[in-house]
Design a binder for this molecule. Structure first.
Ligand code: SAM
Length: 314
């Protein structure tokens, strides 16, 4: 089955490329409610989960910039696009967005925050060089014809991309209830709901300029909350947790879940999409796994599923 994918924006850790693998890992029973606690660009909700025609769809994003971008695309797509029209794909735009973000978006309205976030996600990922500096495209170097043409091309491509992302995103985000809070404030009551399907694409622990960071303790606490609910017999939602795992699975904190009703499925090996590695020759392949506590729709090859016995030998 081919999948036509809608992308809202470039984003670290976006899952567009993995959706075809996730398709056969969805639950076999009908899904009536969905929640993406770590929204980002919501690639799972807008491309796969909508197909189930759930009655309710929720998405939580703690980062004010990303939340505002999603919300502005959902509610004010035309105004957002118009505010983007004056935008140049250049250092000034990037500097303006960085300054606003660093001020905690002080004094800015939702459209300005959304615009700044869009610039940060899309210009930075495409334009940062190895030293973390913006690869400046000097629009005034008319003598340097090659450079000028390149800048023009990039600028036109960027404009087209902005328009497509906003308009297609607007359609896809209809019906999704967006929340700008810490997902933990919603976790308990959504996890005990037996009609809920939760897709948790957990954040990275390493340096991440474009999203909310988390440390190892945060992940341990998240896992312990799930285990506590399971021990109490209150973990009723179907949960799919997506993460990169350590090579030696026994030492990965998420594998603790295997002792409490979760199975591990190897999805694929991917090159971790970080800006820092963009310009290096070294291809850092990491294995992407999902943890699920239900029976998946597809017939998953036996060697892709691991249980507690496979990992811990118990
Ligand atoms: C790996 S990204 C999700 C990517 C998304 N699946 C996609 O395809 O674009 C994780 C997201 O979770 C957000 N986040 C981190 N901690 C959070 C928290 N405690 N509550 C809600 N959102 C959080 C980050 O800002 C980031 O946008």
């Amino acid at each position: 089955m081919s999948l036509e994918i809608t992308r809202i924006s470039s984003y670290p850790g976006k899952k567009d490329k993995l959706l075809k693998f996730f398709m056969e890992l969805l639950p076999s029973k009908k899904i009536t409610k969905t929640w993406e606690p770590f929204a980002g660009t919501l690639s799972m909700s807008i491309n796969l989960l909508k197909g189930f025609e759930p009655i309710e769809m929720f998405a939580t994003e703690k980062d004010l910039g990303m939340y505002s971008l999603l919300h502005a695309i959902q509610e004010n797509p035309v105004e957002l696009y118009e505010s983007m029209e004056e935008l140049e794909y250049c250092k000034e735009s990037y500097d303006w967005a960085t300054k606003l973000r660093n001020s905690g978006y002080q004094g800015a309205d939702e459209l300005q925050i959304a615009k700044a976030k869009y610039i940060l996600c899309n210009m930075s990922i495409n334009g940062i060089d190895q030293d973390g500096k913006y690869r400046d495209i000097d629009m005034n170097t008319e003598n340097d014809l090659k450079k000028y043409c390149y800048a023009k091309q990039v600028r036109e491509r960027f404009r087209r991309q902005v328009f497509e992302n906003i308009m297609r995103g607007h359609k896809s985000l209809q019906g999704i209830k967006l929340e700008n809070v810490d997902m933990m404030s919603k976790f308990m009551f959504r996890a005990i709901d037996k009609e809920m399907f939760i897709f948790a694409d957990v954040p990275y622990t390493d340096k991440d300029l474009y999203a909310v960071k988390t440390d190892l303790d945060w992940h341990k606490n998240f896992i312990q909350t799930i285990i506590m609910l399971q021990k109490q017999g209150n973990l009723n939602a179907k949960i799919m947790i997506c993460n990169y795992c350590k090579k030696d699975l026994r030492h990965d904190v998420y594998c603790e879940l295997l002792k409490y009703g979760f199975k591990l499925v190897k999805v694929t090996e991917v090159v971790k999409p970080t800006v820092i590695r963009r310009n290096t020759k070294k291809k850092n392949k990491e294995t992407e796994y999902v943890f699920i506590n239900y029976d998946p729709i597809g017939t998953i090859a036996r060697n892709r599923i691991k249980t507690s016995k496979d990992v811990f030998g118990e």
